[in-house]
Ligand binder design. Structure first.
Ligand SMILES: [Fe+2]
Length: 115
């Protein structure tokens, strides 16, 4: 299945806003300190009804799968939470599959706070 990404991240289409995973992290992340990542699909809430819903959200750190959360229409929210800690600047990646509109992916670079 083809993985869909933002064609122009500065100017997302409505369809992209609804489907691209949106990776939310704290503003300041320190080395070795556990923090929560919320992955929402998408920036505009994706439907979660029996005919149209997000099947799963998976989360990667530096290319390594951390966790895959399965969702059903009864999950209610098209989002998942993950807890991680980082020991270096890292690339976070999330994928999701919509039952109608396929696979979507986005990523986010994390620069550790050195203050
Ligand atoms: Fe969809």
């Amino acid at each position: 299945m083809r993985v869909q990404q933002a064609k122009n991240p500065q100017n997302l289409t409505g369809f992209e806003q609804e489907h691209l995973p949106w990776i939310l992290t704290p503003d300041f992340i320190k080395k070795g300190e556990e923090f929560k990542v919320v992955v929402k699909v998408g920036e505009v809430d994706h439907p979660m009804c029996p005919s149209h819903y997000v099947k799963w959200i998976s989360f990667y750190v530096n290319g390594k799968l951390i966790e895959k959360t399965k969702l059903t229409p009864s999950s209610g929210l098209s989002e998942a939470e993950f807890k991680i800690s980082l020991d270096k600047d890292s690339k976070l990646k999330a994928q999701e599959e919509c039952n109608l509109h396929g696979l979507w992916e986005s990523s986010k670079e994390i620069i550790l706070y050195r203050g």
